[in-house]
Design a binder for this molecule. Structure first.
Ligand code: PMP
Length: 428
């Protein structure tokens, strides 16, 4: 069965459609934090952030079915659904965020955000980190150094080294690292000005999720924020990964690090698996964009999407899932720290809420990344029924990012299994 699916997939969808794990998983059902494969085997999902409030949450399923059985159109007709949702969404923000543009993917949201920044500044230069991912439209693909675009990079796109709290720029941690990061951004702003593009925006994930979620204190982005403001630029916060309560202490990643962005994008977990994304901005920014560019999105904000998104947001709030992320995340990280006392391969434990992991090294002294080992660990965990993955600048950080109803018992199972796998997996 699995073999024939792999063959059909390659034949029908083309090559290079990657799958997770050396032995791909054929999933047929999900419920809460669990998944089942075609042979009835249960997995603990420690990785999927899209089913934010749990796989197939009954309230989200009901909202989708109810609205799909009533009406689905687009936003050129009047409907309360999108308005009720945007009201509830912007209520989770600090002032002055009070409007939203609804679309379907994080890529689209970031693409719109880049144009919004252009509308505000009249400039085209964009800066991103050198190990990020913001999506796959032609413009947004330009921001990806890990997957170079065909035809090369536009001259108006520049990169700065991604923050790394374990191996900080220049070897100095904390605010000295923050100043060094800001200085790199200033260099690229100067280069964009000199090349005639001008500086429009700095786009970043405030949790630096794809970069390996470095541990950065509140205020760490203050120096870079000052540099961007001083140059008349705009900050786009990509909340596709940290948003909607996942980081536990705050609803949004930018609130956690104390960043005051100009434009915020979101997607993935927003409607628990239904394709919903958005750009949230102050009314004046939305006006500048809407007056400059005509924008319509056929599926964005349709009544079924709005119902799915509103049900998801309500479940996060009513079931206290942000607090659960904070408490269980801290508990699980304690478990990882305890493992680190017995497993030398764990060089660093970090993260926030239910977005955390461990950086694997061959040697704690040299911090040499244990990249191949980390991949072996992720595969061994899959064989034992625990789904997680790895990422980071050296692809040696175990990435643990489960649906938010993850419990202490689930954390115990994760930590106990990881303990066994680390003991059994050869480091070299
Ligand atoms: N931004 C970030 C930070 C992401 O991680 C991703 C997807 N992994 C995207 C944007 C793109 O979202 P989508 O796949 O919905 O287009």
């Amino acid at each position: 069965m699995t073999e024939s699916l792999i063959e059909r997939r390659a034949r029908l969808l083309g090559p290079n459609m990657s799958t997770f794990y050396d032995e791909p998983v054929h999933l047929v059902r999900g419920q809460g934090v669990h998944l089942w494969d075609s042979e009835g085997r249960q997995y603990l999902d420690c990785y999927n952030n899209v089913p934010h409030v749990g796989h197939c949450h009954p309230k989200v399923v009901e909202a989708i079915c109810q609205q799909a059985g009533t009406l689905n159109t687009h936003t050129r007709y009047l409907h309360e659904g999108i308005l009720d949702y945007v009201e509830a969404l912007v209520a989770t923000f600090d002032a002055p965020f009070d409007t939203a543009l609804m679309c379907c993917t994080g890529s689209e949201a970031n693409d719109v955000a880049l144009r919004m920044a252009q509308a505000l500044t009249g400039k085209t230069g964009v800066i991103a980190t050198d190990h990020t991912y913001h999506g796959n439209t032609t413009a947004v693909h330009q921001l990806s150094q890990t997957n170079p675009p065909p035809g090369g990079y536009w001259d108006s796109v520049r990169f700065v080294p991604a923050p790394d709290s374990y191996r900080p720029l220049g070897g100095v941690p904390g605010m000295a690292h923050a100043q060094a990061f800001a200085a790199k951004v200033q260099e690229q702003i100067d280069a964009l000005e000199a090349a005639g593009h001008g500086f429009s925006s700095l786009i970043l994930c405030p949790f630096f999720a794809n970069e390996g979620f470095p541990d950065l204190p509140q205020g760490w982005l203050d120096p870079v924020q000052a540099v961007v403001r001083n140059a008349g630029g705009v900050i786009i916060a990509d909340e596709v990964q940290p948003g909607f309560g996942r980081v536990g202490t705050h609803f949004w990643g930018h609130q956690k690090i104390g960043l005051k962005p100009d434009i915020v994008t979101m997607g993935k977990p927003m409607a628990n698996g239904h394709p919903v994304a958005a750009v949230v901005a102050p009314a004046a920014t939305m006006k500048a964009f809407r007056e400059r560019f005509r924008y319509f999105n056929t599926f964005g904000g349709n009544p079924v999407s709005a119902a799915a998104a509103l049900a998801t947001l309500r479940v996060v709030q009513e079931e206290g899932l942000q607090e659960n992320a904070r408490v269980v995340g801290e508990y699980a990280r304690d478990g990882l720290r305890e493992l680190a006392t017995r497993h030398e391969c764990i060089g660093d434990v970090r993260g926030s809420g239910l977005f955390f992991g461990a950086e694997m090294v061959l040697d704690r002294g040299t911090k040499e990344p244990a990249t191949a080992f980390t991949k072996r660990v992720a595969n061994a965990m899959r064989q034992r029924g625990i789904l997680l993955n790895f990422l980071g600048i050296h692809y040696n950080v175990l990435k643990i990012r489960p649906p938010l109803p993850f419990s202490r018992d689930n954390a115990d199972q994760l930590i106990e299994t990881l303990d066994q796998v680390l003991a059994e997996t050869p480091l070299a």
